[in-house]
Ligand binder design. Structure first.
Ligand code: FUL
Length: 714
């Protein structure tokens, strides 16, 4: 019996030991592969797709393309639209060549004209002459996208200056039906884009009046979003304050140097918009570390000064180098770039726009072709659970955005060294976190080993889906060190890369001083060639050697060519006559600056007026040009107002030969100037001849102080 009991106990011990081991073994197996827990809010499926796209392009085409406006009033005839050569594939193809992954078609802008046959209004493409009213532009874009493997996004403006019911409850159904048509008839749509411009004066079915709405409640966004998600479950919704993607707060195409994908909107909940207009947006540029929502920023910016096509802006488009710079300031900061392109009245992108897009795409491709860390030996002290198969450093140089190097849960700082097989050159640093686990890192720096010591060459804060640092010059490196200096949770880094941009000479800068003398700033090591007769510059053009007189104005184009025959982008500048003899007076005394500051061809000086009560308007600024000039257009540049400042958005113009008898020209509005404060050109209907002109300030957007940086004529 004792033997029996003893043997039973022994067996029991063995069983217990085996079962404990097997439990431990299973436990070890489980813990070995235990991924870090997500930290904070994380992206949903639609947001992940959006992050992966990095760049897409918004396309503005409509009545404004024919009327030369930025915001149509709503009374334009659909018959204006007749693009004889419209070819969606030409437009989408040019964007694809530029490296863009999708498009956002402005299906209806504020003027209310729908570019698709709609049942909701007769104000549509069906009433145009294009294809005898049988065409559907959205269908054409959809087909082009399918053919070229690009994603389709759509923008239907909530503000509708044509619709009689705008501002009343009845309009909401119309708007929602428009969205329904767009989101149920054209296949998968990656983004529904909702802009924030709202209310104001318009045609409104003939009422020709001002309609104000409370944008925080009028559109009942939460219910509209529910509908959108029902029609397109995989869609990302863009709005000033989300809900999925937030506006970065400017139309200049850049995010903040620090830009978190998470965001806690100030007063309004996501998508609801504060009624105090603009002032809420500046925080959006940076986002909120540990913010309440995953709501990454989109940087929208037009390739030309305006969003719509204007023939007089054909020369003013952003060059490939400008686009590269914007790429680093948007995509390079974890945001996406939404570049605006503008088909011309024929329905095509202009040749130069296409060329610059292609060059831009080539530069980005060449830059990121080869990661010089690909063959390097990577070392770090900590690899999560010692499991380098699952969390090792090899994942840092593969192409998968979601494979990653992770540290143990309690390791929030780390140092990673890379030793290259031989010395290599680079000027771009790239880092990515595995955003499926949230945004975790707060601060990092990069050192190179140079002449026996570690030297810091870059540092930054937010990483998220992508962080690029573009160094001012190329560096040679054989050992490099990445320091993760602060994180909120263990590290989950998916990419570390060092790249080298193709060499190109800097685009020359052209400056004219108050005496009308032009200087072209050259880079050492390259030669500048220029023309003043409108021709494209080449190595056969005049070589720039010294400053020259350019009092009478005109067009200058210049390029730089370096000793390896690399050619820069073309700089273009159009200058009016020099303002040497000009003087300016005003009926209200400016608070800051001299009168001459607004007519000195110097964008660094400005005339400033303090906050003014409404009844202090109009303010009249009268310019004496010293002699009679012919005038085709007037120019006005306000500078970029900060959040508390206001900006002139309605003006009057008059001209005079003697300063006593005045001829008044029609008043006008600077549409969209608040979001996109570029130089405004007020074209005269006929060529004028005058010694004096008067610029009248009729209305201000905002209530703070405001500025006039420059007034001029063409
Ligand atoms: C803005 C609009 O007011 C502009 O006209 C343009 O469509 C831009 C993309 O969004 O808010």
């Amino acid at each position: 019996m004792r033997y029996f009991i003893n043997s039973f106990l022994r067996n029991l011990r063995v069983i217990l030991i085996i079962s404990t081991f097997s439990k431990m073994f299973t436990f070890a197996l489980i813990t070995q592969a235990q991924a870090p827990k997500p930290y904070g809010p994380i992206p949903n499926k639609a947001q992940l797709n959006w992050h992966e796209m990095e760049m897409y392009s918004i396309i503005h085409f409509g009545v404004d393309t024919y009327t030369d406006k930025e915001w149509g009033f709503g009374d334009e005839s659909p018959e204006l639209i007749n693009p004889k050569k419209f070819d969606a594939a030409q437009i989408v193809g040019a964007l694809k060549a530029g490296g863009f992954k999708g498009i956002v078609v402005v299906a209806k802008h504020h003027d209310g004209l729908c570019l698709w046959p709609t049942k909701t209004t007769s104000h549509s493409i069906s009433a145009s002459k294009w294809m005898n009213g049988k065409g559907d532009m959205i269908k054409d874009y959809q087909n082009a996208c399918n053919k070229l493997n690009m994603q389709l996004g759509l923008y239907c403006s909530p503000w509708d200056r044509n619709n009689a019911l705008y501002g009343q409850p009845g309009y909401l159904d119309i708007y929602r039906n428009q969205l329904k048509e767009l989101l149920t008839n054209y296949g998968p749509v990656f983004v529904s884009w909702h802009d924030g411009a709202n209310g104001g004066n318009g045609y409104y079915g003939g009422a020709n009046e001002e309609r104000k709405i409370d944008r925080s409640i009028y559109y009942q966004w939460p219910q509209t979003w529910e509908m959108i998600r029902k029609w397109q479950p995989q869609i990302a919704i863009f709005g000033d304050v989300g809900p999925d993607i937030r506006w970065v707060g400017n139309e200049e195409g850049h995010a903040g140097e620090t830009c978190w994908a998470t965001y806690t909107p100030e007063a309004p909940e996501p998508g609801k918009v504060a009624s105090n207009g603009f002032s809420q947006y500046w925080k959006s540029t940076q986002g909120t570390k540990n913010g309440k929502y995953w709501m990454p920023a989109e940087c929208d910016v037009p390739m030309r000064p305006g969003w719509f096509y204007h023939a007089n802006q054909n020369e003013k488009l952003k060059t490939a180098s400008d686009l590269v710079a914007l790429y680093y300031q948007s995509v390079g900061r974890g945001a996406n770039l939404n570049l605006g392109v503008s088909p011309n009245p024929d329905g095509l992108l202009e040749r130069r726009d296409v060329e610059e897009l292609k060059k831009f795409g080539e530069i980005i491709n060449l830059t990121f072709k080869a990661n010089i860390l690909a063959g390097a030996q990577l070392r770090a002290k900590n690899i999560r659970q010692g499991n380098s198969k699952k969390f090792g450093l090899q994942f840092l140089t593969d192409q998968d955005r979601y494979s990653y190097w992770a540290t143990d849960d309690d390791v929030h700082t780390a140092q990673l060294t890379a030793t290259l097989p031989q010395e290599k050159t680079f000027n771009v640093i790239q880092l990515r976190e595995n955003i499926k686990l949230g945004q975790r890192i707060r601060a990092f720096s990069v050192d190179i080993f140079d002449q026996g010591v570690w030297k810091e060459i870059a540092k930054g804060t937010s990483i998220g889906s992508n962080r690029l640092i573009r160094l001012p010059k190329k560096l040679k490196v054989s050992r490099v060190r990445l320091n993760i200096n602060q994180a909120d949770a263990c590290i989950a880094l998916s990419h570390f890369g060092l790249y080298s941009e193709p060499l190109r000479p800097e685009t020359p800068k052209i400056l004219r001083n108050q005496n009308g003398i032009v200087t072209i700033v050259e880079q050492p090591g390259s030669t500048v060639y220029y023309t003043v007769n409108g021709d494209s510059p080449s190595s056969a053009s005049k070589v720039y050697s010294r400053a020259f007189d350019f009092k009478n104005g005109g067009k200058i184009r210049a390029i730089a060519i370096d000793r390896w025959n690399n050619i820069s982008d073309v700089t273009y500048i159009e200058l009016g006559i020099s303002k040497i003899q000009w003087s300016l007076s005003s009926n209200v005394k400016p608070t800051k600056g001299f009168a001459a500051d607004a007519i000195d061809d110097n964008l660094n000086t400005r005339l400033e007026f303090d906050k003014l009560p409404d009844d202090a308007l109009p303010i009249e600024l009268t310019v004496d040009m010293g002699k009679t000039n012919t005038i085709k257009a007037f120019t006005f540049y306000s500078g970029k107002p900060d959040v508390n400042e206001s900006i002139i958005d309605k003006y009057g113009i008059a001209v005079s030969e003697d300063g006593v008898n005045w001829r008044k020209l029609p008043d006008g509005e600077f549409s969209n100037i608040r979001a996109n404060p570029v130089e405004q050109i007020i074209r005269a209907k006929e060529i004028l001849s005058a010694r004096y002109f008067r610029f009248t300030i009729r209305h201000l957007n905002g209530s703070g102080r405001f500025s006039i940086v420059e007034l001029g004529i063409r």
